[in-house]
Ligand binder design. Structure first.
Ligand SMILES: Nc1ncnc2c1ncn2[C@@H]1O[C@H](COP(=O)(O)OP(=O)(O)OP(=O)(O)O)[C@@H](O)[C@H]1O
Ligand SMILES: O=C(O)c1ccc[n+]([C@@H]2O[C@H](COP(=O)([O-])O)[C@@H](O)[C@H]2O)c1
Length: 225
């Protein structure tokens, strides 16, 4: 049996909008772990204010970004419930669905991971899923680990991707992919400022942003369409 194929790998985010950095990380994780990546837009991201595009628009951009690319999927489960999209609630529901033995992993960028102690019931998350942490410019995992997180991580580092399929949860794998500079907030700022931005998102996503006049696109300052 190919045990790695059974790993459920979730990549949650606000995706406001999805950008080429997200896709590069998702592809790298897919290839490194031999698992499908379920990109999961947060309906109401707990640590962000109101989103700029609504949840359906962010999910639509994700679907356009992925197209029919093998190994990448959109998971709409957080759009189906009200209230803040707490990860612990998502994982509890997924664990109930998949059973106690199924390996589950969360893919997060290093900035998200360093903020883990601010997440709801964060210590419990390790009982529900593994973490796969993607390096991100300016967010050194080693240098910036908060003390309570460092303590929680003792004995959890996985040396290889295969370790994630040997247990249902609790390991942390560092994904060493080429660093990607894109950020959604910078893309929104660029659109507002009339600076170049289209090469940072897939073509179909750029077209959707312009057609729907998201983030101020199509206004005088956002540059020619
Ligand atoms: N360039 C990147 N490299 C590595 N991880 C990233 C990158 N961009 C986003 N991520 C990770 O993807 C997840 C979802 O990110 P999100 O949708 O919030 O976009 P973002 O670009 O981080 O947005 P913002 O600019 O508002 O912080 C987070 O875990 C984040 O750390
Ligand atoms: O559960 C929480 O308390 C929590 C706090 C912050 C972020 N998250 C999740 O982390 C993922 C990335 O979040 P963000 O804000 O960087 O887009 C997304 O799936 C969020 O729902 C979850």
């Amino acid at each position: 049996m190919n045990r790695q194929a059974s790993l459920r790998l979730l990549y949650g985010g606000t995706f406001d909008p999805v950008h080429n950095g997200h896709l590069a990380v998702a592809r790298h994780a897919r290839d490194a772990l031999g698992a499908q990546v379920h990109l999961m837009p947060a309906a109401d991201p707990p640590h962000k204010g109101p989103t700029h595009a609504d949840a359906e628009q962010r999910a639509a951009m994700l679907a356009l970004a992925i197209g029919d690319e093998p190994g990448l999927l959109v998971d709409r489960r957080e759009l189906l419930r009200d209230g803040p999209s707490y990860t612990i609630d998502t994982l509890r529901a997924l664990r109930a669905e998949l059973g106690p033995q199924a390996p589950i992993a969360l893919l997060v960028g290093a900035d998200s991971f360093l903020g883990l102690p601010t997440w709801k019931s964060w210590r419990e998350l390790f009982g529900y899923a593994h973490f796969v942490v993607a390096e991100r410019p300016g967010n050194g995992i080693d240098s910036a680990l908060p003390a309570d997180l460092a303590q929680r991580l003792a004995g959890r580092w996985a040396g290889a991707a295969a370790a994630l399929s040997d247990a249902p949860s609790g390991k942390v794998l560092r994904l060493e992919q080429p660093l990607r500079p894109e950020s959604a907030s910078d893309i929104r700022r660029r659109i507002q400022a009339g600076e170049p931005w289209r090469d940072q998102v897939p073509f179909a996503v750029a077209a959707y942003i312009v057609q729907n006049r998201l983030y101020g696109a199509g206004t005088v300052t956002s540059g020619p369409l």
